[in-house]
Design a protein around this ligand. Sequence first.
Ligand code: ATP
Ligand code: MG
Length: 206
Amino acid sequence: MSVSRRRVGIMGGTFDPVHIGHLILGESARVQFSLEKVLFMPSGNPPHKKNRDGATNEERVEMVRLAISSNPHFELSLEEMHEEGYVYTKETLKRLRQRHPDTDYYFIMGADSVLTFDSWMGPQEICDQCILAAAVRDSLDVEQLDQAIGHLKEKYHADIRKLESPNLDISSHGIRSWVSEGRSIRYYVPDPVMNYILDKGIYGKL
Ligand code: ATP
Ligand code: MG
């Protein structure tokens, strides 16, 4: 008898700050793959962004909390929020799967992450432990994404699915620089996140 398994999405990122691109990506994945919830998992010490200026860990977590609070299917996860030591997706997945053996995890990523996936720590172990949900992203066209998906399928036998999400030209980097230039970020981030950034003067001086 087949037992139905739970489906949970993981939306990992630096979220410096979280923006509507992340939220729409998470929501698109939830709907397309019938996920019971999506874990928003800010990365504490991302290996590829070692010397970052920007918001503190606490501020990034708070911004995610504010951004997702109105969506009952989104949940903040502090699984990767360590002060010390780098965090690696393969270890995170291992811990989650040990704790929840009844769950299939859908790891959500934008096209830029799909393209650099080969250089992540333990790509094979990641592919063995989750379903990858890959979405288009601004500078990358669909053919490039399809090619990258084909490559990961062949090389790692990855279960990688195309995530149908609108192509939004928006990045945290862009938002940080707009704030530092005094430009408006309204509607690019939820209002409570915008107010938090402006009240605390985050990204004020880059
Ligand atoms: P930064 O500009 O600082 O790199 P970012 O906007 O790329 O920030 P991250 O926290 O690095 O945001 O991204 C987390 C995940 O969300 C990645 O998988 C990334 O590909 C994806 N992502 C972020 N913005 C978008 C977007 N506009 N469209 C599709 N995917 C996105
Ligand atoms: Mg990025």
